[in-house]
Design a protein around this ligand. Structure first.
Ligand code: NDP
Length: 420
């Protein structure tokens, strides 16, 4: 029995909320709060029509405003807050949870909306020099809450989507059950789905395009190696999907895994992209449409990437037209009982099956299900520990069981093809 406050009602949130409704024993009351409350109202109506017993209320909230959040949390008195808004709101929501002493869960690590803001920029440039990677996001801002969350006796569970999230749980599971020592990890994210548009992103366009147009990087021998965007390309034959081109990206779980599994010599992350996506992205970048710096247009300030977002299809609307499968997982190489060993732990998810079940495409589905699972484990006390943690820092077994139970079954291949 628990009361959950969910912030955000976009593509990922809609899956997470419906999955919470399916998990009747844990989630008995929910408040759906977002900037556009009509989306929360529509989902409440859908779930009530389907006869789910969970008691739902809705609210409007500006998650950029700590006072507004604190008021809502004090009014609703939830046992936990699930942040499925945008990474821009991570710190304001964490601040509000701290003030109200409520557990906090999210799916993506903090990045600022305005990357030209001088105080943030100075800290960012220092970090680029010291750590050697230039992504706009990193864990330092949220890890800085460790002592405050400990003192308040609340849990912060960071990054419980698929990647990060499940990929980090796969790592903890591999270490617990398959290896004495892990030497290398290759995280592979393949979306073999086709939505029929020449160009669309499968989660929030602004966040997605910022991520994939940035420099790549990987972790090797205790430090970062940075690459140009899309500089490293490999082809991989994905089980149930087939051969796809994939590119090395910087990704947030590398930072947490590098810290928490210091024995691992190399961690890389690859994501598949089709040629049409890459051509469109390069063209948009070349003309300045991916810029986060406001420009004056007819007397008004506009941020090019936000204007582009308004033109692109809403990722939440891709469900009915996306066909094909995703294959996301991790290839681990290491040693068990003195012998070398390699395994690939992965999940395959079918876009149309997700659409039939919840009205969503597989990217929202593969993120929303783990968001529900992480929240359920915090609420039931299995993953409750004061402080701020990523998903690789807890016992992976209950999470792995819930993945099987709630629609993301996984496979362990003990003779996988490797990435060179
Ligand atoms: P969407 O853009 O579809 O949804 C974001 C939601 O947050 C919208 O409902 C939006 O409101 C709401 N929102 C935005 N700003 C505010 C605000 N200031 N106050 C209140 N509500 C706000 O994004 P997605 O669902 O695609 O992504 C959600 C999160 O999931 C992101 O953080 C993303 O990075 C993360 N993600 C994580 C993945 C993983 O595997 N770990 C994979 C994919 C996504 P409105 O409806 O008004 O726009």
């Amino acid at each position: 029995m628990s009361r959950l406050l969910v912030i955000g009602c976009g593509g990922v949130a809609q899956v997470a909320i419906q999955k919470c409704a399916q998990n009747k024993e844990v989630f008995t009351e929910m408040c759906l709060a977002s900037r556009t409350v009509s989306k929360c109202d529509a989902l409440k109506e859908k779930l009530e029509k389907q006869g789910y017993p969970v008691k739902i209320t809705t609210a409007t909230v500006n998650a950029d405003d700590v006072k507004d959040l604190v008021k809502l949390i004090k009014d609703y008195k939830p046992d936990a807050v699930l942040n499925v808004a945008l990474p821009y709101q991570d710190l304001t929501i964490m601040d509000a949870c701290l003030e109200c002493k409520v557990d906090y869960i999210d799916t993506a690590n903090y990045e600022p909306e305005d990357t030209d803001e001088p105080v943030w920029r100075a800290a960012y440039e220092k970090r680029c020099k010291e750590k050697g990677f230039t992504a706009y996001f990193d864990y330092s801002y949220q890890w800085a809450y460790m002592d405050k969350f400990k003192e308040a006796g609340i849990t912060g569970l960071l990054g419980t989507g698929f990647d990060p999230g499940v990929t980090s749980v796969f790592t903890a599971y591999a270490k617990k059950h398959y290896f004495d020592r892990i030497d290398t990890i290759d995280i592979l994210d393949c979306n073999g789905g086709d939505h029929g548009y020449a160009f669309a992103t499968n989660f929030n366009p602004e966040i997605n395009l910022r991520e994939v147009s940035a420099n790549g990087s990987f972790w090797e021998d205790g430090h970062w190696v940075e690459t140009k965007p899309m500089e490293i390309k490999r082809e991989y034959d994905f089980p149930q999907v087939g051969k796809k081109d994939m590119y090395l990206l910087h990704h947030e779980e590398i930072e947490a895994l590098g810290k928490n599994f210091p024995e691992v010599k190399r961690i890389r992350f690859f994501m598949t992209f089709g040629q049409s996506y890459l051509d469109h992205m390069r063209c948009l970048e070349d003309v300045g449409m991916l810029s986060t710096t406001p420009i004056k247009f007819e007397g008004k300030d506009i941020v090019p990437i936000q204007f582009l977002k308004a033109l692109l299809p809403d990722p939440a609307s891709l469900g009915p037209r996306t066909v094909g499968k995703t294959n996301i997982g991790c290839i681990f190489k290491g040693v068990k009982d003195g012998k070398e060993k390699t395994i690939y732990i992965y999940n395959v998810c079918d876009h149309q099956e997700c659409y039939k079940e919840l009205g969503s495409q597989a990217i929202s589905y593969t993120t929303g299900v783990p968001a529900m699972i992480g929240t359920a484990l915090v609420l039931t006390g299995k993953w409750k520990q004061p402080g701020v943690y990523t998903t690789d820092e807890f016992d992976p077994d209950p999470y792995m069981e819930l993945l099987n139970e709630y629609g993301l079954p996984w496979v362990v291949d003990e003779a996988p093809k490797l990435v060179d």
